[in-house]
Design a protein around this ligand. Structure first.
Ligand SMILES: O=P(O)(O)O[C@H]1O[C@H](CO)[C@@H](O)[C@H]1O
Ligand SMILES: Nc1nc2[nH]cnc2c(=O)[nH]1
Length: 315
């Protein structure tokens, strides 16, 4: 990773000095799902552009605000806008001497979008860890590959396929800082089984079982949507849904000992058939998010209500 522990601390300490909230749960909102942040009470809101070193959101449907507040009495922080590889943010970067030495220099650079390549896709996750966050709830909009999935289904993520990772693009590339986590973190338990079980109970109680699924999320680099051949290949490889985010955040969150719960809103059906007239598009993605917003808000609220403190187990 490109930043030193001390540089991450500059941002975390700035946030701790500017809010009284001490969140234990972080919620990352996917495309068009930023409304989730609105359910937090006693809000303290920061625009990303006002937070030292924070990357800037560039994608429609990602507002670029960090919202602190309480949900069902629990202190939370919510990212209204995440960062994607295709925005030009690196997933890892070589640690240069200057990056390692001068937090002040970084602070200056971060004020300009020209230096966006200085930021990492997963930068906020380690900030959350330094704020004391124990559990990450990661949401995304995804294309459904599984033929049983319908638009509007909510898929609990039980596992992932890290396609950029196969080519060496893993957010943990570079020197490992043991203060964050192990050199070789385990990923076979990335998506917490107890939280998935809780989510299934919550969904059943809310009457959502008809549109609740559980499956494997596959990340690609984007920004182009998949070809028909790519969709068919991903399905054969065992993916149920495809998107351009989440996995890097999950890897970094697990590395630093957070418990992770992930869900995908199936916003569109991946095009698998050469006779189909369907075309994936971002407007449909955002529209499906708007249509499922209230159910997602209800589900996340109940889930947060049921979350017990983390025992910080990493293998
Ligand atoms: O993964 P999130 O941020 O929800 O967004 C998804 O939706 C966008 C495409 O419409 C891509 O950014 C894809 O990753
Ligand atoms: N890669 C990818 N990302 C998405 N995000 C929402 N839908 C899709 C999709 O079909 N493909």
């Amino acid at each position: 990773m490109g930043y030193t522990y001390e540089e991450y601390k500059v941002t975390a300490d700035w946030l701790l000095a500017n809010t009284e909230h001490r969140p234990l749960i972080a919620i990352i909102c996917g495309s068009g799902l930023g409304g989730l942040a609105e359910i937090l009470k006693d809000q303290k809101v920061f625009s990303y552009s006002d937070i030292p070193n924070f990357p800037q959101s560039t994608v429609h449907g990602h507002a670029g605000r960090l919202v602190f507040g309480t949900l069902k009495g629990k202190s939370c922080v919510c990212m209204q806008g995440r960062f994607h590889l295709y925005e030009g943010y690196p997933i890892w970067k070589r640690q240069t001497k200057s990056a390692g030495k001068s937090a002040n220099k970084l602070l200056t650079l971060s004020r300009s979008v020209e230096f966006s390549a200085e930021h990492l896709v997963t930068f906020p996750i380690r900030i959350f860890r330094l704020l004391g966050v124990e559990t990450a709830i990661v949401t995304n909009a995804a294309g459904g590959l599984n033929e049983n999935y319908k638009v509007g289904d909510i898929m609990l993520i039980k596992d992932h396929l890290n396609m950029p990772g196969f080519a060496g693009n893993n957010p943990l590339v570079g020197p490992n800082d043991e203060r964050f986590g192990l050199r070789f973190p385990c990923m076979s338990d990335a998506y917490d089984r107890d939280l998935r079980k809780l989510a299934k109970t919550v969904a059943r109680d809310l009457g959502y079982s008809d549109f609740l699924k559980e499956g494997v999320y596959c990340v690609l680099g984007g920004p182009s949507f998949e070809t028909i051949a790519e969709c068919n290949m991903l399905k054969r490889l065992g993916a149920d849904a495809v998107g351009m985010s989440t996995v890097h955040e999950v890897i970094v969150a697990r590395h630093c000992g957070m418990r992770v719960f992930g869900l995908s809103l199936i916003t569109n059906k991946a095009v698998m058939d050469y006779n189909s007239e369907s075309k994936a598009n971002h407007e449909e993605v955002l529209q499906t998010g708007r249509e499922r917003a209230s159910q997602l808000e209800e589900m996340i609220s109940r889930l947060v209500e049921g979350i017990e403190p983390n025992n910080n187990n990493v293998c």
